[in-house]
Design a protein around this ligand. Structure first.
Ligand code: AGP
Length: 611
C-alpha cells in the first residue's frame, strides 16, 4: 500500500514530509517523492525517484528550504514498474497541479484515452497520472470544486492529496476505500495515509470516511461529504505510540493483515470482472487465445502457503478449464525432470516473488519450453521479471512471516485464472461463471462477518492452547485448506499440527487420535458432507475434541461434534476463501496464548531466498 503525507503551515515542509514518509515505511514501498510550492509560490517543485527514502533525503538536502506547503508519497507499485517516472507525485501538463494517490483507479485506461483525446500528454504507466490531468481539465478557478467534479468520474479506490500552484496555502484531499487522516496542528495542518506519520506533530486527528473531501489551509480544515454538505468531524485523540500505530492499533501485524483481507480481495478483484456477463478481464495476460486452447497440461508450483493456494487452484482450473493440473512443491519440481513442452502452462505462485526454490522451478520450466505465468504480490520482483506473464495480487505488503492476506488473494487469482481460461477455451458454463463472479465479489463482506464473530475460535484457542498435537481434516477442497490451517498453527504456535485427508485417517493416522486431541474438521463441501460426517464420527469414537468449520445451515453437525464455527453461505468452490479465516485466527490466538513471537516466529524468514 502506498503512503501519503501532506503539510501546510509555518515550518519547512520538506523535512516534515520526509519524516512523515519515514513513519510509513513499514507499509512497504519501492519509490518515493515530494512536491512543494517553492517559497515564492512561483512554481511546484517535484523531487521523486525509485528506491528508498534515504536516497530521496540525500538528494533533497537543499531542496526548496523555504517551502511551507507540500505533499509526499511512498509508492507500492501496482500499475507500472518501480522507476523514477512512475513514482509519485504526478503533475498535469501545465505543472500547476501535483497529486499523490493511494489506491487503484479501475477506469484509468478510459479516462487516459479521453484525456489524451483532449490533448493531455502522459509520461508514466500509472493509473494515478490521470488524476492531475483530470483536475487540470475540470479546473475553473476553484480547486475544491475541480476535485469534487473529478472524483465523480472515478471508479475504484483512492486517497489523494492535491496541490495547486494557483491556490497556494491550500490542499484538497479526498478518500474512497483507501485510508486518509487529518492531523490538526497550531497554525499548521497535516494529512497522511496513517496515524504514525502525524504523531510527532499532533495527536488530534480527523479520521476521514469514504466519500469525504477535505479543504485544508494552515488555520482551517473543512470536511464535506459526498453530497457536498459540510461535515462536523469529531476530533479523534490518538493514544497510541507510533510503533503501535503502524499496526493500526492491532497487537501484531498478522492480526492486522488477517483483518485487511476484505480490502486486499477487493483490490485484487478491482477492474478484473464483469459479473453481469460472466467475464473475467485480465488485460495483463499476453498468453493468446490460440495458445490457451492448445494448453494440454498445467503445472502449479510454489512453496508453503503459496503451494496450498495452488492445491485449490488445481480444483478450480480442472473444473473450469478442463485441463489436467499437477501441483508440485517447487523444491521437488525442479529436480523431477518434468515432462513439459510449448503446450504446457506453468503457474508459479509466490507472495514475495523472491523464493529461491520457486524461482529455480520456474526457470526449469522455461528451459523445458513451457509458458510461465507468475502470480505474485510484488511488482517487478525476480519471479515477476522472469515469467512470461504476471497476474499480480494487490494485497499490499505482507509484514508478518505467516502469510494470510497473500493466501486469500492468491486464491482469488486462481479463480480469476480458471474462469478466464474457461472462457478462452470454450469450456465455460456462462450461468455458473456469473454465479461465481457474483460470489467472488461478495467474499470480502463475508470475511468481515467471520471476523466480527471470532469469539468461538478465540475461546477454543484458549481452551486447547496447551495441546501437544492437533489434526486438521477435510475432503477435496477442504483437505487443501486444512493443509494451510495446519501450517499456520505449526509455524506460529509451535504446536505439532497435521492435516489429513479425512477419508485416509483410518489407514493409519487414526492410531494417533486419542482422548482430548483437538481435531479441526472442515465440512464445507455439500456433495460429500455425509462422508465427512462419517469421518468425524471415527475420530469422535476415539474421544477426540472436534471443532467443525461449516456453512450456516449445515444442521447435521451439531449432534456429532463438540463445536461448530459457522461460515457464511457461498458457492462450494469459493468456500476455501472463507474456511481459511477461522484457521488463521485459531493459529493467531493459540500463539498469543502461548506467548509466541507471532510476527517473527523462530527459525523462519518472510522470504526464503536460499535453497
Ligand atoms: C507462509 O505462512 C510461510 N511463511 C511460507 O510457507 C511462505 O508461504 C513460503 O515461504 C512461500 O513464500 P512466497 O509466497 O513468498 O514464495
Amino acid at each position: 500500500m502506498c503512503g501519503i503525507v501532506g503539510y501546510l503551515g509555518h515550518q519547512q515542509a520538506v523535512p516534515i514530509l520526509l519524516e512523515g514518509l519515514a513513519r510509513l515505511e513499514y507499509r512497504g514501498y519501492d519509490s518515493a517523492g515530494v512536491a512543494v510550492l517553492d517559497g515564492n509560490d512561483s512554481m511546484i517543485q517535484v523531487k521523486k525517484q525509485k528506491g528508498k527514502l534515504a536516497g530521496l533525503k540525500t538528494s533533497s538536502n537543499d531542496f526548496c528550504l523555504n517551502a511551507v506547503c507540500g505533499i509526499g508519497h511512498t509508492r507500492w507499485a501496482t500499475h507500472g514498474r518501480p522507476n523514477d517516472v512512475n513514482a509519485h507525485p504526478h503533475t498535469d501538463c501545465t505543472g500547476k497541479f501535483a497529486v499523490v494517490h493511494n489506491g487503484i483507479i479501475e477506469n484509468y485506461m478510459a479516462l487516459r484515452d479521453w484525456l489524451i483525446s483532449r490533448g493531455h500528454v502522459f509520461n508514466s504507466e500509472t493509473d494515478t497520472e490521470v488524476l492531475p490531468h483530470l483536475i487540470e481539465e475540470l479546473y475553473a478557478g476553484d480547486l475544491l470544486e475541480a476535485v469534487r467534479r473529478a472524483i465523480t468520474k472515478l471508479q475504484g479506490s483512492y486517497a489523494m492529496v492535491v496541490l495547486c500552484l494557483d491556490e497556494p496555502g491550500r490542499l484538497v484531499a479526498a478518500r474512497h476505500d483507501s485510508p486518509l487522516v487529518v492531523g490538526l496542528g497550531d497554525g499548521e495542518n497535516f494529512l497522511a495515509s496513517d496515524i504514525p506519520a502525524l504523531l510527532k506533530h499532533t495527536r488530534r486527528t480527523y479520521i476521514l470516511e469514504d466519500g469525504e473531501v477535505v479543504d485544508l489551509t494552515s488555520t482551517e480544515v473543512k470536511v464535506f461529504n459526498g453530497s457536498g454538505d459540510a461535515v462536523e468531524k469529531k476530533v479523534f485523540e490518538v493514544n497510541w505510540e507510533a510503533e503501535q500505530a503502524e499496526k493500526n492499533g492491532y497487537e501484531h501485524f498478522m492480526l492486522k493483515e488477517i483483518h485487511e483481507q476484505p480490502r486486499a480481495l477487493r483490490d485484487t478483484l478491482a477492474g478484473r470482472i464483469n459479473p453481469e456477463v460472466g467475464k473475467v478481464i485480465l488485460n495483463e495476460i499476453t498468453l493468446d487465445e490460440e495458445k490457451l486452447k492448445n494448453i494440454n497440461k498445467i503445472y502449479i508450483t510454489a512453496c508453503g502457503t503459496a503451494y496450498h493456494a495452488g492445491l485449490v487452484g488445481k480444483h478450480v482450473m480442472e473444473k473450469m478449464a478442463r485441463v489436467p493440473v499437477e501441483v508440485d512443491i517447487a523444491s521437488e519440481l525442479r529436480y523431477r525432470n518434468p515432462i513439459m513442452d510449448k503446450n504446457t502452462l506453468v503457474v508459479v505462485i509466490s507472495q514475495s516473488g523472491e523464493t529461491a526454490d520457486t524461482l529455480a522451478a520456474m526457470r526449469e520450466a522455461k528451459r523445458n519450453g513451457a509458458w510461465t505465468l507468475a502470480v505474485t504480490n510484488v511488482v517487478d520482483s525476480s519471479i515477476a521479471r522472469d515469467a512470461d506473464d504476471v497476474l499480480y495480487t494487490w494485497a499490499g505488503p505482507e509484514i508478518a512471516v505467516a502469510s494470510t492476506k497473500a493466501y486469500t488473494t492468491q486464491l482469488m487469482a486462481m479463480y480469476l485464472l480458471g474462469l478466464y481460461m474457461a472462457e478462452k477455451r470454450g469450456t465455460q458454463n456462462v450461468e455458473e461463471a456469473k454465479e461465481l463472479l457474483i460470489g467472488l465479489r461478495e467474499l470480502p463482506d463475508k470475511i468481515e462477518t467471520i471476523l466480527k464473530n471470532g469469539n468461538i475460535i478465540k475461546d477454543f484457542a484458549a481452551q486447547y492452547c496447551s495441546c501437544q498435537s492437533s489434526f486438521f481434516i477435510g475432503r477435496g477442497l477442504d483437505h487443501a485448506v486444512a493443509l494451510e490451517g495446519a501450517l499456520k498453527l505449526k509455524e506460529i504456535s509451535y504446536i505439532h499440527a497435521e492435516a489429513y485427508a479425512a477419508g485416509e485417517l483410518k489407514h493409519g493416522t487414526l492410531a494417533l487420535i486419542v482422548e482430548g486431541v483437538p481435531v479441526i474438521a472442515l465440512a464445507t463441501q455439500q456433495d460429500i458432507i455425509e462422508k465427512m460426517i462419517s469421518n468425524i464420527k471415527e475420530v469422535k469414537a476415539r474421544d477426540a475434541t472436534v471443532l467443525a468449520l461449516a456453512p450456516e445451515g449445515y444442521t447435521g453437525l451439531e449432534q456429532v461434534v463438540d463445536q461448530v464455527a459457522y461460515l457464511p453461505q457461498t458457492h462450494s468452490l469459493l468456500a476455501p476463501v472463507l474456511a481459511v479465516v477461522p484457521q488463521q485466527l485459531l493459529a493467531y490466538y493459540m500463539a498469543v496464548e502461548r506467548g509466541c513471537e507471532v510476527d517473527q516466529p523462530r527459525n523462519l524468514a518472510k522470504s526464503v531466498t536460499v535453497e
